[in-house]
Design a protein around this ligand. Structure first.
Ligand code: DC
Length: 235
């Protein structure tokens, strides 16, 4: 059976979870493109809520004002737009905030906001709606464990924290950010790993039926090939 036939006859749900800066979004985007599936970057959604919190002074001294946030959660609209070049961007209450949500300020607070139960509840609801008709590649931390526990294919991606920090540094440098240092990024990556793995609600954890992909020493091409191989086993 070739891929063209199989994608027409069967659509599956693909959950891609793992540590931050593992290249999950790059690989998920590429996979969705090859399969003609929808791609959803759930990290961007939590980043959007974080930007809202920062703009509305709902975080102080690394504490999220959960009471105030719970009153405002229904006023926070998170959606994706598609640019002319096909790139996806995040919209917060109708505004394109794709650039702002990648800033260090948002990156350093997002784990705090993502740990708030009411935020997770709202985002998980939204994510389930987005994946209702299958044919989706969704990346995040709890997709295989909480959002889509019945996903046909679950990938858990990992790589060493040093390699992940270097990748993020390269990405930021390529976008013209010269200020941030390797040490700063490494610290941010490791701190986020810690918070993501130890939070009470939906901590980052490999689903029992997920396949591990350690891409520390893999090229993008090798990785794409590995993924397509796993997908083809399920179609
Ligand atoms: O993938 P990312 O680095 O853009 O994710 C940003 C943060 O959001 C990260 O600290 C973990 C959190 N997150 C989460 O808790 N659950 C998800 N499904 C996706 C991201």
């Amino acid at each position: 059976m070739n891929l063209g036939d199989s994608t027409m006859t069967k659509k599956i749900t693909i959950a891609v979870d793992g540590f931050s800066s593992c290249g999950k979004s790059t690989m998920s985007k590429e996979l969705a493109k090859r399969l003609g599936y929808v791609y959803v970057d759930t990290g961007a959604m939590y980043r959007g809520v974080t930007l809202y919190c920062l703009r509305n002074n709902l975080i102080s001294d690394n504490i999220v004002n959960e009471q105030a946030l719970s009153k405002e959660i229904d006023n926070i609209s998170i959606a994706f737009g598609i640019a002319e070049n096909g790139a996806q961007y995040l919209m917060l209450n109708g505004e394109n905030v794709e650039k702002e949500i990648r800033d260090m300020e948002v990156s350093s607070k997002v784990s705090l906001v993502a740990a708030v139960p009411i935020v997770r509840e709202a985002m998980v609801d939204l994510q389930r709606k987005m994946g209702e008709s299958k044919g989706i590649v969704m990346d995040g931390r709890d997709i295989g464990t909480t959002v889509f526990p019945n996903a046909e294919l679950k990938i858990f991606v990992t790589a060493s924290s040093q390699i992940r920090a270097q990748r993020r540094l390269d990405e930021m440098r390529s976008k013209g950010n010269k200020q941030v240092s390797f040490e700063e990024i490494l610290q941010n990556v490791e701190e986020r790993d810690r918070i993501d793995q130890t939070r009470a609600v939906s901590p980052l954890r490999k689903a029992d039926d997920a396949i591990v992909l350690d891409n520390s020493n893999m090229s993008i091409d090798e990785q794409n090939q590995w993924l397509m191989n796993e997908v083809n086993k399920k179609l």
